[in-house]
Design a protein around this ligand. Structure first.
Ligand SMILES: [Mg+2]
Length: 232
């Protein structure tokens, strides 16, 4: 008997390479608006962006406040006054949803698991239109059994309410048979703990576990998930 029948996947930096999409989208829109973009600015954006998403996870900010606020802060730091953050953000979200890059081995793995009969869902805090585009372009929409975007659910990972809403629409799924796989300790692993399901931390860069949260498994490469799933 399989212990896990259902896999909850995080999307960005777990199945799809978000960093590469972000790099591409930033380049695109900054050039479009005639703004200078270089590695230093991109790195600073990434830091600001992460701090805003952390505030979404803690329930402090809404999605709208996050997506516009990150550019507002960046523009203030760079002294950019002639471009509206909300206008640039809309183009940025479109650019983000127009490309995709799989993480190493991700496509092969989800295809294999589908063949083996596992049910697979994407659980993501991203922006709905952007995530839906990426799911479609990458073909993940055909492989996954469903997708839950926080913007639609009304709560973000790691909130218990988010997972309760997922389970409410997955009536056949038993919590003890579900495994959450993701790269984020604060949204994916903490979310799994809040939801009372098993958690597998995808940690390709061997980061230090600096958050007090329970994890059941830790993997460096996605294919290491197979023996975990296939154990009796
Ligand atoms: Mg992620």
């Amino acid at each position: 008997m399989r212990r896990y029948t259902t896999i909850f996947w995080d999307l960005d930096q777990t199945l799809l390479n978000f960093d590469r999409s972000m790099e591409y989208a930033l380049q695109e829109v900054f050039m479009q608006y005639g703004l200078e973009i270089n590695e230093k600015i991109a790195a600073r954006y990434a830091v600001i962006n992460q701090s805003y998403w952390n505030r979404l996870e803690s329930g402090e900010l809404t999605k709208e406040q996050v997506t516009v606020g990150r550019f507002q802060t960046l523009f203030e730091e760079l002294g950019i006054v002639h471009v509206k953050p909300e206008v640039l953000n809309a183009d940025y979200q479109r650019a983000l949803g127009s490309v995709f890059f799989y993480m190493d081995g991700a496509r092969q793995l989800v295809t294999l698991l589908k063949e083996k009969g596992y049910r697979q869902y994407v659980l993501t805090n991203g922006v709905n239109a952007t995530q839906a585009n990426k799911m479609k372009l990458s073909g993940l929409d055909k492989i996954m059994d469903g997708v839950f975007v926080s913007e639609v659910i009304g709560y973000p990972k790691p909130m218990k309410e988010y997972f309760d809403a997922c389970f409410a629409s997955l009536q056949e799924a038993k919590r003890e048979e579900c495994l959450m796989v993701g790269d984020s300790l604060t949204s994916d692993m903490r979310g799994a703990q809040n939801a009372g399901i098993a958690a597998c931390w995808f940690n390709p860069e061997s980061r230090k576990k600096d958050v007090d949260v329970r994890i059941d498994y830790e993997i460096r490469r996605l294919e290491e998930l197979v023996p975990i799933l296939e154990q009796e």
